[in-house]
Design a protein around this ligand. Structure first.
Ligand code: SF4
Ligand code: SF4
Ligand code: FES
Length: 509
């Protein structure tokens, strides 16, 4: 628990955390100090001068709040005429050469410059000289498109590439009104976190080629979620929209701050994995690769399970604890073997020492804590004996295909899947299940942090999740309390977890 101190803002006493600068300290209690260049992940640069405040203790007349630590008893002035004039002057300075092309700017609606103009400026331009023209559409590489005219030269993007990725692709070149952000000749943005500069940019100068001109941000519904791209489990916003006559569609993933998991950033691969939630989805049931009535598919699947002496169920390491335990209880009921074999989800050497992990499974720790066997020998031995193989959303990446085809020669395959992949199209019966943006659940990341998430996307025709599909196939668990009770029966750290009170930053097990 951080130490609390008391200080005064415009004469009002407020209690804030010590050890923070004034922007963050009073920002946490809802008092805004405008700023462009400061970002908590990048530190104070002190270049924009938008955060100047007065302190009544004999200091210089104005100090930058980003570089001023909050102190006990400090008397901070934000509302004097002098401060207001400084803020207007800084805004006028930022806007002298700004193109004001908000109607075609992706940032409109979430732009600091727009918001500050309304709050701290609001006056008409006095400029009667021609504006300086700069490049409007520079391909910086890494999926980043730069507009030099919109840039306020805060330097956040430059500092990100120097301090965080340590790749240093960006710089500010030239001086005065010729100053601009640029890449070095022949050296485009070439790091796996490049698109974070789009979020860091307080204006619309850094845009994402993937999101550019796709949606106006005020139409987007911004729900909290967790990236399932690897075992880090970065916190994200799932920005989606249901346009008239269309289905609910995800347009982007953005990082959501969580100091215990991903800080302020996510990797580009995870960010762009939103496309997988929209594309290649299995939306109807299939029999031998052809569309087939859903109710009849359940009947066929049930018969195949009942008639088989040996059943093997393979689960995906991405499924949340709730769906894994429902599968475990289902397997016990029908006397099936249960495997979580997923060696192919591990891409050795792909991870780094920042966020990206070798393991592309979102909940491998969950498999381990529930005691689900992930061994290759157990999987292959069970598969060879199985007359019925139920594959639950495990895409078997990098599997030995020849061995798989041989093992499945005499086997009835039932695929419960959110997406199309080879096995789905070859299965006797395939039944669609919801993907992670469409259900809620809990997963445990590579550092043992248990995190919960809620459903974000609601499709026009919602698809049942794994727990519900198994219930329709005769599974014994039919309600959320029953599922949680089943998790609590598992010996180990999950037994005592109150799943209704998992903290926002996750619970370290
Ligand atoms: S491009 Fe954006 S983040 Fe980079 S210096 Fe310009 S305004 Fe700042
Ligand atoms: S590091 Fe992993 S969890 Fe984080 S955004 Fe990338 S793929 Fe997703
Ligand atoms: S935020 Fe303090 S000078 Fe820019």
């Amino acid at each position: 628990m951080a130490e609390m101190i008391k200080l005064f803002v415009n004469g009002e006493e407020v209690e804030v955390e010590s050890g923070k600068n004034l922007i963050d300290a009073v920002g946490a209690v809802g008092i805004e100090i405008p700023h462009f260049c400061y970002h908590p992940a990048l530190g104070a640069d002190g270049n924009c001068r938008m955060c100047l405040v007065g302190i009544e203790d004999g200091r210089p007349p104005l100090v930058p709040a980003c570089k001023t630590p909050a102190a006990e008893g400090m008397k901070v002035q934000l509302d004097t005429d002098k401060i207001k004039k400084i803020q207007r002057d800084m805004m006028e300075f930022e806007l002298i050469n700004h193109p004001i092309d908000c109607p075609v700017c992706d940032q409109a609606g979430e732009c600091t410059l727009q918001d500050y103009y309304m709050t701290y400026d609001g006056v008409s331009s006095r400029m009667n000289v021609e504006q300086v023209k700069k490049a409007k559409k520079l391909d910086f590489g890494g999926g980043v498109v730069h507009d030099q005219e919109r840039c306020v030269l805060c330097g956040r993007c430059v500092r990100f590439c120097r301090q965080i990725t340590k790749t240093g692709e960006l710089g500010i070149v030239n001086r005065t009104d010729s100053a601009r952000v640029d890449i070095f000749p022949g050296r485009p943005l070439n790091n796996r976190y490049a698109l974070n500069v789009v979020d860091l940019c307080p204006v619309g100068a850094m845009t994402s080629a993937d999101f550019r001109f796709k949606q106006r941000v005020w139409f987007l519904k911004k729900d909290e979620g967790i990236c399932h791209g690897c075992s880090k489990g970065c916190n994200i916003f799932i920005d989606h929209n249901r346009e008239k006559y269309k289905d609910d569609t995800i347009y982007r993933f953005r990082p959501r701050h969580n100091d215990q998991v991903n800080g302020y950033f996510i990797c580009d691969e995870g960010r762009l994995s939103h496309k997988k939630e929209n594309e290649g989805r299995l939306l109807e049931s299939l029999k031998n690769g052809k569309p087939y009535n859903l109710t009849e598919s359940y009947v066929l699947a049930q018969k195949a399970i009942t008639n088989a002496e040996n059943v093997l169920i393979l689960v995906s390491p991405n499924l949340p604890l709730e769906q894994l335990v429902a599968t475990q209880v289902f397997a016990q009921k029908i006397g099936a073997s249960l495997s979580g074999y997923s060696d192919g989800y591990i891409v050795k050497g792909d991870g780094d020492d920042f966020l990206i992990q070798d393991d592309k499974a979102a909940n491998r720790k969950g498999l381990e804590l529930l005691g689900i066997n992930t061994g290759g020998d157990f999987f292959w031995d069970s598969l060879e004996k199985a007359e019925c193989f139920i594959c639950i959303d495990n895409e078997l990446p990098a599997v030995d295909t020849k061995r798989l085809i041989k093992a499945l020669r005499e086997t009835k395959v039932i695929a419960l899947s959110s997406h199309h992949f080879n096995l789905v199209d070859q299965a006797f019966v395939a039944i669609p299940v919801a993907s992670f943006s469409e259900y809620g659940g809990s997963i445990i990341n590579c550092d043992g942090v248990l995190q919960s998430f809620q459903a974000a996307v609601v499709k026009n025709t919602p698809i049942a999740d794994v727990t519900e599909v198994l219930r329709r196939l005769g599974g014994p668990l039919s309600s959320a309390p029953e599922v949680l009770a089943a998790i609590h029966r598992v010996e180990g750290p999950l037994a005592k977890v109150d799943f209704n009170r998992i903290p926002a930053e996750g619970l370290k097990l």
